[in-house]
Design a protein around this ligand. Structure first.
Ligand code: AMP
Length: 479
C-alpha cells in the first residue's frame, strides 16, 4: 500500500516523501483510514511500529482547516513521559511542516509561565503529561471544552505510573462529542475497562502480539556477582562492537553511580533519569540522538517509545523489576528492521525476575560467558556473596575476552559493604473492577510522579499508617 492511497493531505504526503518514508507501516495502514473516517480507535501496537504517525498524520488532515484560539486547544495528546511528549512534538514538526499548526508542549519541570504564554498564542495540538495538564486546567489557564481529538498514548505505561485517575479527571472535563484514540502495547483487563470508559464504539487494530520481543534483537544474559557488575559492563562494552548504547538501571541512584563509574574509566557516557533538571535531560538526550554521546545510562524513563536511530546495543545493568519493562528496554534497539543486541547482567538474586521475563517473552534467553568473571548462582539475598569461581569455559564475547578484566578493589569493597537493596514493587496497584478514586494525598503524589517519573515516593517513617498508640495521645489545646 502507498501513503497516497490512505487519503492524507497532499502537503502531508510531500512531507513524508521528504522524511524518506516510502510506505505506511502496518499500524498506519490499519489505523489511518478509521481515524480519517472519524471512528474511535483502540490501537494495540508496540513502540517502534510507527504508531505516532498513525495518529499524527490523520490529525493533521483534520486540523488543517480551522483556527486555533488562545487557551482553547483543538486536540490533546497525553503522554506518560516528557521525552515521549517532546518526541511527538518533533513528529508534528516533520509531518506537519507544510501546515501552520501550533503545537504546545505541557510537561513537568518547565516554567509554567512560559507555557501559559504559549497557550495564549493559540493551540492546535496540545501535547502533555497528565499531572502538568491537570494543574494548568485547575489554574484556569486551559479551557478544554473545545478539544475534539483526544489521544491517550502508551496507555499501559500510564497505568503503571498511576496516571489513570488524572486521566479520568481530564477526560471528565472534555466534550463528549470528540474523537478518541487509545494506544497501548499490551491489553490487560484494566486497559480494556478504560477503553470501554473512554472510547465510543471503537475499532480495534492490533499489529503485534502483546509484549513480544522484536526478532531483530539478539538477546543474551551474563551471570555475574553483584560486585562484578560494573566491571562486567565495561568488559561487554569493550568486547562488543558498540556504536551507541542505552544502559538501563532500576534505580536513579544506580544510574548516577554507573554513569560516574563509566566516565571515570574514560567512557563517553551521559545519564538520564527523572530527578535531573529538565534542561539536563533534554540536553543529554539531544546529544545522544546526535551521536555526540556513545553511551547513555538511564532509568526506565527512557525505556518507552524513545526513538534513537540505529541504536546498536541495550545493556540491562539490572534485571527490571517488571517483566514488561524488559520488552520495552530492549525494544529501543533492533528498530525499523535494523539488528540490535541486548545484554542483561543477572545475579543469583534475580532468578525470579528472570523467570518472569522468560515466561513473558516465551523463550529462554541464551547465556553468554565472560572469561574471568565469577558466577553468582545464589538466589538468596541474605547469603554471603559466593566465593569467586572460575567461570565454566564458555564462549568469549569477541576478541576483547582476551583482555579479561581484573576486579577493582574499590568497586568490590563498595558492593560488598553495601549490597544492593532488595527489589521491591514500585507499581501502584489499583482495584481491578472499580473505578479508581483519588484522595488529596494521592493527588499530590500523582502530581509529583509527573515531575519525577521513575520511582514513586519513598515511604518515610510509618507512611500513611498511624499506629493506634500514637492516635490515642490527647493533644494539648493551644488556646
Ligand atoms: P514510533 O513507533 O512512532 O515511535 O516510530 C518508530 C520509528 O519509525 C520512527 O523513527 C519513525 O520516524 C519511523 N517511521 C514511522 N513510520 C514510518 C514509515 N512509514 N516509514 C519509515 N519509517 C517510519
Amino acid at each position: 500500500m502507498l501513503f497516497s492511497e490512505l487519503g492524507l493531505h497532499p502537503e502531508t504526503l510531500r512531507a513524508l516523501v521528504e522524511a524518506g518514508y516510502e510506505s505506511p507501516t502496518p499500524i498506519q495502514e490499519k489505523a489511518i483510514p478509521h481515524v480519517l473516517a472519524g471512528r474511535d480507535v483502540l490501537g494495540i501496537a508496540q513502540t517502534g511500529t510507527g504508531k505516532t504517525a498513525s495518529f499524527t498524520l490523520p490529525m493533521i488532515n483534520a486540523l488543517a482547516a480551522g483556527r486555533a484560539k488562545a487557551r482553547m486547544p483543538r486536540s490533546l495528546i497525553l503522554e506518560p513521559t516528557r521525552e515521549l511528549a517532546a518526541q511527538v512534538e518533533q513528529s508534528f514538526a516533520v509531518y506537519g511542516k507544510y501546515h501552520k499548526l501550533n503545537t504546545v508542549l505541557l510537561i513537568g519541570g518547565e516554567s509554567m509561565s512560559d507555557q501559559t504564554k504559549k497557550l495564549d498564542r493559540g493551540v492546535d495540538v496540545l501535547i502533555a503529561t497528565p499531572g502538568r495538564l491537570l494543574d494548568q486546567i485547575e489554574r484556569g489557564n486551559i479551557l478544554p471544552t473545545d478539544i475534539r481529538f483526544l489521544i491517550i498514548d502508551e496507555c499501559d505505561r500510564m497505568l503503571d505510573m498511576g496516571f489513570i485517575p488524572d486521566i479520568e479527571k481530564i477526560v471528565s472535563k472534555l466534550r463528549p462529542s470528540r474523537q478518541t484514540l487509545m494506544f497501548s502495547a499490551t491489553l490487560p483487563p484494566e486497559i480494556r475497562r478504560l477503553s470501554d470508559q473512554f472510547l465510543n464504539n471503537p475499532v480495534e487494530v492490533s499489529v503485534s502480539p502483546p509484549a513480544s520481543a522484536a526478532t531483530t534483537v539478539t538477546q543474551a544474559i551474563v551471570r555475574v556477582t553483584h560486585a562484578e557488575k560494573r566491571n562486567a559492563l565495561r568488559f561487554l562494552i569493550k568486547s562488543e562492537d558498540v556504536k551507541n548504547a542505552l544502559i538501563f538501571c532500576n534505580r536513579k541512584r544506580d544510574v548516577a553511580i554507573v554513569h560516574k563509574s563509566l566516565v571515570s574509566h574514560g567512557f563517553d557516557a551521559g545519564a538520564l533519569h527523572g530527578d535531573m533538571a529538565q534542561s539536563a535531560r533534554t540536553e543529554t538526550l539531544a546529544k545522544f540522538k546526535a551521536n555526540e554521546l556513545r553511551l547513555m545510562v538511564c532509568s526506565d524513563v527512557a525505556a518507552r517509545g524513545l526513538d534513537i536511530k540505529g541504536l546498536s546495543h541495550v545493556f540491562n545493568f539490572d534485571v527490571p523489576t517488571h517483566s514488561e519493562d524488559y520488552v520495552h528496554r530492549i525494544g529501543r534497539t533492533g528498530r525499523a528492521g535494523m539488528s540490535g543486541r541486548a545484554f542483561m547482567l543477572v545475579t543469583g538474586d534475580d532468578a525470579k525476575l528472570l523467570a518472569g521475563i522468560e515466561k513473558l517473552i516465551g523463550t529462554t534467553i541464551p547465556e553468554v560467558a565472560l572469561d574471568g568473571f565469577a558466577v553468582d548462582t545464589s538466589d538468596n539475598e541474605d547469603q554471603e556473596p559466593p566465593a569467586r569461581a572460575r567461570r565454566p569455559s564458555g564462549r568469549k564475547t569477541r576478541e576483547a575476552a582476551a583482555e579479561a578484566p581484573s576486579p577493582e578493589p574499590d568497586e568490590m569493597a563498595t558492593s560488598t559493604a553495601a549490597p544492593p537493596p532488595r527489589h521491591r514493587s514500585n507499581r501502584p496497584t489499583a482495584p481491578k473492577s472499580e473505578p479508581i478514586r483519588r484522595s488529596a494525598n494521592e493527588s499530590r503524589r500523582r502530581q509529583r510522579a509527573d515531575e519525577d517519573q521513575d520511582e514513586p515516593e519513598t515511604v518515610v517513617g510509618f507512611g500513611n499508617r498511624i499506629p493506634a498508640f500514637l492516635q490515642a495521645v490527647p493533644r494539648p489545646r493551644r488556646d
